[in-house]
Structure formats: structure tokens, C-alpha cells
Ligand binder design. Structure first.
Ligand SMILES: Cc1cc2nc3c(=O)[nH]c(=O)nc-3n(C[C@H](O)[C@H](O)[C@H](O)COP(=O)(O)OP(=O)(O)OC[C@H]3O[C@@H](n4cnc5c(N)ncnc54)[C@H](O)[C@@H]3O)c2cc1C
Length: 292
């Protein structure tokens, strides 16, 4: 491993100053579960590693019924998965955080690291896309806010400039009469990354018709994304078996999977179809138990 400088600022302004003034390649470090193996294997060769875990803005986890959830980039998956208000109002996000790696990995891995690593199979991203999350970014030229869907540029690539940090993700309160679910397929029960993943969110109108559906896919395209055709096909319809099957087929059509060691493209499309139907069924089950 090549030697690098290690800095651990305690304020956001100090971190941004270090980023702005650094000469070589600076890599933010959160839990290190992606970055450390990448540096060890020489896939990333930073001259400075900037530990962001001590910055209070990045450690915030607050829920307000009017504003929604403020989720600091350096909050760990285990803290998110066990947070009472996340479990109550954003169960699909809690589900996804509880799937990342293993208990030990979840204790280190952060939501910001999962997003900024920009893996197509990142588990926390599909539920956040369904929840219409927004990313708050700070850098040398000030702060900016983008829809999380526009944060990704492809595998391992994001819109972040070299002097920018992801500060937090803000999730609006869930719509009334809604439920969401995230499921992924892996060949074993843990310590594996998704062959395909699907998050769905369903909003029912006063009756039993679908007012709005949101569907997001992981591991079946260069970046996680929503499936707008499948979403539109459900709008204004009763969510019967035929509607769910059709949505699954449309989501599978939208997917652009690759064939690799973990699964063929056709197999992944089939998984998208099945997981879309199952996550929608889970949403309906949750709504039957008692809509929010
Ligand atoms: C054994 C194992 C199992 C795993 N299983 C899963 C799994 O099931 N699902 C899954 O999705 N992932 C999995 N992962 C990958 C990894 O654990 C997650 O992606 C994790 O959320 C990364 O978070 P981190 O805090 O460790 O990120 P880090 O490794 O610290 O950082 C990841 C990347 O993001 C950048 N970064 C971090 N924070 C910021 C910030 N605030 N602003 C800008 N850039 C930033 C870093 O520079 C780096 O490029 C696994 C990893 C291992 C080692």
C-alpha cells in the first residue's frame, strides 16, 4: 500500500479547506469498507485520506414529521437500521441497511459511503430513490442540492467535484396511505452483493386504487435508477395480480443488466420481474395491516 497522509477534521469548514488546498488525490473516508480494500489493492491511490466521521453535520440523524428525515452521510447502517423513527416511517430503508454485508460491516458502513462508492448494486440507494431523497453537497463553491437520482454518473462515478463532500441525504415524510419495500436476490443469506435488487413504494387513494407507484432497480444497469414505465402502468389502477405482473414485466424490460460471474443478463431480468411483483405485494400487505 502506498503511504498517504491521514487527516480527521472535526468541522465541515476545516474539511472543505483541506479538500480545496490539497495537491494530490484526496479520498474521503467514512467506514472504509469500500475504500480500504480499494486502496490495499491499488485500485485507488490517494495521497491524503480525509476521515469525515468526526464532522457533526455528517453524523446527524433527525426526523421531523413536517420536514422528514435528515440523514448525515457518515451515519452507519446499523444506526439507521435500528433507529425507531426510520423503522416506523421508512421501513424499506431500514430493511436495506440491515442487508448490507454483515453485522460487523453494518457497524462500519455508512449511507454516504454506500452512495458515494456508486456501485450499481448499492443496497441503500433503491429505497432512497423511491422515497424521493435529495443529496446535500458542500464544496469550495458553496452548497448545492440535487435529487439523489441525478447523483450517479455510472459505476464508481458521481457528480461530486474533487473538492466536494456529500453532507447529508434528506428524505421527505412518506406520503399518506403509502408503504415501501426493498428486496434483493443474493445466492447466499449474507456477505454478498445483490444480483438484482428492487425497491417499491405504493400510495393508495381513498379507495383501493393506486394513486402513485415508485419502483427503483439495483444491479441491473450502470447505476441505480427508477423504472418510470412500470410506475406509470400502475397509476390509477386497482393493484390486482395482473397489474403487478405487468409492472414486473415493464421493469424487467427497462433493466439493462450485464452478464457477469454472479448472473446472466436474462436471469437478472427475470429477477427484476419477480422482485418487482414481490415488493409490490409486500407494500400491499403492509397497507392492509394499517396504512400510515
Ligand atoms: C464484506 C463486505 C460486504 C459488503 N456487502 C455489501 C452489501 O451487502 N450491500 C452493499 O450495498 N454494499 C456492501 N458492501 C460495500 C460497503 O460496505 C458499502 O458500500 C458501505 O456502505 C460503504 O460505506 P463506508 O462508510 O464503508 O464507505 P467508505 O469505504 O469509507 O467510502 C466509500 C467511497 O465513498 C467515498 N465517500 C465516503 N463518504 C463520503 C462523503 N461524505 N462525501 C464524498 N465521498 C465520500 C469514499 O472516498 C469512497 O470512495 C460490502 C463490503 C464488504 C467489505
Amino acid at each position: 500500500m502506498r503511504a498517504f497522509e491521514y487527516r480527521a477534521p472535526t468541522t465541515l469548514s476545516e474539511a472543505l479547506k483541506l479538500l480545496a488546498e490539497a495537491k494530490g488525490e484526496v479520498r474521503p473516508l467514512a467506514g472504509g469498507t469500500d475504500l480500504v480494500p480499494q486502496v490495499r489493492e491499488g485500485r485507488k491511490r490517494p495521497t491524503m485520506v480525509l476521515d469525515v466521521k468526526r464532522i457533526s453535520e455528517l453524523r446527524r440523524l433527525e426526523y421531523d414529521p413536517g420536514m422528514g428525515l435528515r440523514l448525515g452521510a457518515a451515519v452507519s447502517c446499523s444506526v439507521i437500521a435500528s433507529h425507531p423513527q426510520v423503522r416506523r416511517y421508512f421501513p424499506a430503508l431500514a430493511q436495506a441497511c440491515a442487508l448490507v454485508g454483515s453485522i460487523q460491516i453494518q457497524n462500519r458502513a455508512t449511507v454516504g459511503g454506500n452512495i458515494c462508492n456508486a456501485s450499481p448494486s448499492a443496497d441503500t440507494v433503491p429505497p432512497l430513490l423511491c422515497l424521493d431523497a435529495r443529496a446535500f453537497i458542500a464544496g469550495g463553491r458553496g452548497q448545492r442540492e440535487v435529487a439523489l437520482e441525478s447523483f450517479f454518473r455510472g459505476p464508481g462515478r458521481t457528480i461530486l467535484a474533487r473538492d466536494e463532500l456529500l453532507v447529508e441525504v434528506v428524505v421527505p415524510p412518506p406520503p399518506k396511505f403509502s408503504a415501501a419495500s426493498y428486496m434483493r436476490f443474493i445466492p447466499r443469506s449474507e456477505m454478498d452483493i445483490a444480483v438484482a435488487g428492487v425497491a417499491s413504494l405504493v400510495v393508495l387513494d381513498g379507495g383501493r386504487q393506486c394513486q402513485e407507484a415508485r419502483i427503483a432497480l439495483a444491479a441491473v444497469a450502470p447505476q441505480p435508477s427508477r423504472a418510470p414505465e412500470a410506475e406509470a402502468a400502475l397509476q390509477g389502477r386497482p393493484l390486482d395480480a395482473k397489474a403487478l405482473e405487468e409492472a414486473g414485466e415493464l421493469a424487467a424490460k427497462m433493466a439493462k443488466p450485464i452478464t457477469d460471474i454472479r448472473g446472466g443478463a436474462e436471469y437478472r431480468r427475470e429477477l427484476v420481474k419477480v422482485l418487482t411483483r414481490r415488493t409490490l405485494e409486500q407494500c400491499l400487505e403492509a397497507l392492509k395491516r394499517g396504512p400510515r
